[in-house]
Design a protein around this ligand. Sequence first.
Ligand code: HXC
Length: 259
Amino acid sequence: MNFEYIKVDRAYETNVALIELNRPKELNALNLQLMSELRNALIELDDDEEVRAIVLTGNERAFAAGADIKQMAGKSAIDMLEIDQFSTWDQIKKTKKPIIAAVSGFALGGGCELAMTCDMIVASETAKFGQPEIKIGVMPGAGGTQRLTKAIGKVRAMEMVLTGKFISAEEALDFGLINKVVPVEMCLEEAITLAKTIAFQSPIAVRLAKESVLKAFDSTLEQGLMFERKNFYMTFASEDQKEGMNAFIEKRKPDFKGK
Ligand code: HXC
C-alpha cells in the first residue's frame, strides 16, 4: 500500500493494524486524496485475515482539523454533489473490523466526525473536540449533527454545532463521547492495548457484535433485538464458539481462529 497522506503499519504479531493521518503541516486537514487513501487502506485491511482490529490516529497536535477548507472554498453546490465525497465516508462506515480512534490535539469538523465514525475513541488530555463549521458559514456534513447528538444529547450537541465551541477531553468523557482520557504519551499505546484485547477475541463474534451494536442506531428496539438474536444464533455456526466454550470448561485460554 503506497500512500502520500497516510501511513499504514500492519503489526501482524498482534493482529492490529495502525493507520496514521499524515498531513502534519495542515493539521491533517482531510483533503479528498487523504480520504480516498483512507478508504482504500480500510478496504484492504478489512480483507486481510491477519488484521483483526484497526487503530486510526493523527499526531500530537492534531487528529484532524476538519475537511480541507482551502480545497472546498471555491466549490459550488453542484461541484460538491459531483465530487460525492460522502461515498468515501460511507465506505469507511462499512468497515467490518473495529476501528479505534486515538485522538490527541484537534478533532474538529470532519476530524470530529471521522473520530465519531470509528467504533471507540481514546483521547489524550490535550484533545479538543468541536464542530466549528458554523464559524465558516456552513454546517457539519459527515454525521456531526447526527452522531454527536446521539452520543451527547440534544442540548450539548446543539450548543457545539450552533456556536462552534470546542470541548476538552475531560468534557468529552463526561458527556459519553469518548472511552477514556490518558496522558498524551500514553494515547496510542492505550488504543493499541484496547485493539489487542479485541484482536484476541473471535473475529466472527466481534464482527457480528459490532454490526449488532451499530444496528441500535437506526432500528426500533424490537428490530434491533431480532437482529441481535439472529447474529447470536450465527455465532453458533463458528468453530470459535466451540473453542471459546470448551476452553472455558477446560479452564484454558481459547485460541480463536476466525472459523
Ligand atoms: C485547511 C487547515 C485546516 C483546514 C488548519 N489548516 N485547519 N487547512 N483546512 N480545516 C492549516 C492552516 O491554514 C495553516 O496552514 C495550518 O493548518 C496550521 O493552522 P493554524 O490555523 O495556523 O494553527 P492554529 O493557529 O494553531 O489554529 C488551529 C485551529 C485552526 C484552531 C485548528 O487551524 C482552525 O480553526 N482550523 C479550521 C477548523 C475548522 O473550521 N474545521 C472544520 C472544517 S469544515 P498555513 O499554510 O496557513 O500555515 C469541515 C466540514 C466537514 O470539516 C464536512 C464533511 C466532509
